[in-house]
Design a protein around this ligand. Structure first.
Ligand code: ADP
Ligand code: 5GP
Length: 202
């Protein structure tokens, strides 16, 4: 018997969630956070204009292009990308402070950003969310009612390019029924915490 065995809860894991626009990433993540408060969502920086109901510091930190590029110059982002003509980036310090507290941190980011994280943070857990069908994706993005017809078309065109990156991810989750998709992501998060390579023991 090893008397000094002591299993510690270590730093949190970085969980990267991507998928085509309108698949339900935001909806699934919000449901997950509401039910399981031991996971936090990183708040990204963006130059996109706030949608109706969005608040600075809640959905995003909204910046001008100049402010964003200044932060990028100072290496303030773990990753950044230009998506649909706007810049988006993950604030590094914010993510580190969440992980340091032992909380898992969700990043809801596009595939370009996810590939940057993969090279910088190889212990990240990469999850790709897909719709049950193309028709359902079109229905969801149209029914959301937050984009013009031109914006919707841009997002649908990009969906195919994004799907091509699926093979670089560790897990794929179909967002058919919201509750099922949320519980699958929860199961992945819990299983990842149990990986022998992640347990901090002495
Ligand atoms: P994303 O963050 O991936 O762009 P959203 O979370 O904004 O997508 O979801 C797009 C739309 O689809 C929203 O109107 C949302 O209510 C709806 N939605 C999300 N998940 C589901 C689901 N499982 N079933 C039906 N509608 C969904
Ligand atoms: P939306 O404008 O609809 O909120 O997001 C558009 C796209 O930008 C989505 O694919 C979303 O995942 C991605 N995105 C949001 N935040 C970030 C980020 O910090 N970095 C990157 N690379 N993509 C992001």
């Amino acid at each position: 018997m090893v008397k000094s065995m002591n299993f510690q809860k270590g730093k949190g894991n970085l969980i990267i969630i991507s998928g085509p626009s309108g698949v339900g990433k935001g909806t699934v993540c919000r449901a997950l956070l509401e039910k399981y408060p031991d996971v936090s969502l990183s708040i990204s920086a963006t130059t996109r204009k706030p949608r109706v109901g969005e608040q600075n510091g809640r959905e995003y930190f909204f910046y001008t292009r100049e402010e964003f590029l200044n932060l990028r110059e100072k290496n303030a982002f773990l990753e950044w990308a230009k998506v649909f003509d706007n810049y988006y980036g993950t604030p590094l310090k914010y993510v580190e402070s969440i992980l340091q507290q032992g909380q898992d941190c969700l990043l809801e980011i596009d595939v370009q950003g996810a590939m940057q994280v993969k090279s910088k943070w190889p212990t990240g857990v990469f999850i790709f969310i897909v719709p049950p069908s193309c028709e359902e994706l079109v229905r969801r993005i149209s029914n959301r009612g937050t984009e013009s017809q031109a914006e919707i078309q841009k997002r649908l065109n990009r969906a195919e390019e994004e799907m091509a990156h699926l093979k670089s991810y560790d897990y794929v989750v179909v967002n058919d029924l919201l509750e099922d998709a949320m519980e699958k992501i929860r199961a992945i998060i819990v299983a990842e915490r149990c990986r022998v390579s992640r347990v901090d023991w002495r």
